[in-house]
Design a binder for this molecule. Structure first.
Ligand code: HEM
Length: 179
């Protein structure tokens, strides 16, 4: 028989459920950290499919799956951070200082991350909504192409920068250790 503690997810040192990557990250922090390693390559494939292979249908499907997964992840992630906070988990890091939260390297990296993540989320929603409204079904180039190509690239680059700055924050806050 398994001992009851076998089934406890993570430890109880920090508020909320702990993650599975072996860092101090919470469950949702780990899920989003890992998810971005899938989202960025899938985004690249989706743009390759539309730009080089002209597979508009596949591009649409991939973008809609990605948008749904990201939306669910962002909501769960926000709940986790709002309810449990992240500061306790960052405390052992040499790059975080609770007394100077937003001027410590981890805090600065989080502010930079949010300055990409929030506009990218809003832009992402607008690009998907406008594409759904303005492209024919099945999708193919149309009058909306010019707007979509410009802002689609902006949304894609925003997502890449969101991932890169998110990974940096994750390292500074939840992996780095002073001991
Ligand atoms: C946030 C989500 C999306 C992003 C980031 C995105 C990104 C892009 C990018 C960067 C291109 C231009 C590729 C190039 O340089 O030629 C493109 C083209 C295209 N996308 Fe999206 N896309 C998204 C969602 C969608 C959706 C939901 C649809 C369909 C309803 C769609 C339909 C198309 C079509 C038809 C083209 C070809 C435009 C043309 O070359 O005339 N996209 N997309």
């Amino acid at each position: 028989m398994f001992a009851p503690q076998t089934f406890i997810l993570g430890d109880t040192t920090y508020p909320g459920l702990s993650g599975f990557l072996g860092s101090r990250g919470s469950l949702m922090l780990d899920v989003v950290f890992l998810a971005m390693f899938i989202v960025v390559p899938v985004l690249a494939v989706s743009i390759y499919l539309v730009k080089i292979r002209h597979r508009y249908d596949l591009h649409k499907k991939l973008q809609l799956v990605m948008a749904s997964v990201l939306l669910v992840a962002v909501v769960l992630f926000e709940l986790d951070i709002r309810i449990n906070g992240w500061e306790h988990r960052a405390a052992p890091s040499p790059y975080f200082d609770a007394a100077h939260k937003w001027t410590s390297p981890a805090g600065i990296s989080l502010a930079i991350h949010l300055s990409f993540a929030i506009p990218t989320l809003l832009l992402w929603i607008v690009v998907v909504a406008r594409a759904l409204r303005n492209f024919p079904r099945p999708p193919h180039p149309a009058a909306h192409s010019r707007w979509h190509t410009r802002y689609g690239w902006a949304a894609a680059i925003g997502m890449l920068l969101t991932a890169l700055t998110g990974w940096l924050f994750y390292y500074l806050a939840f992996i780095a250790s002073s001991s």
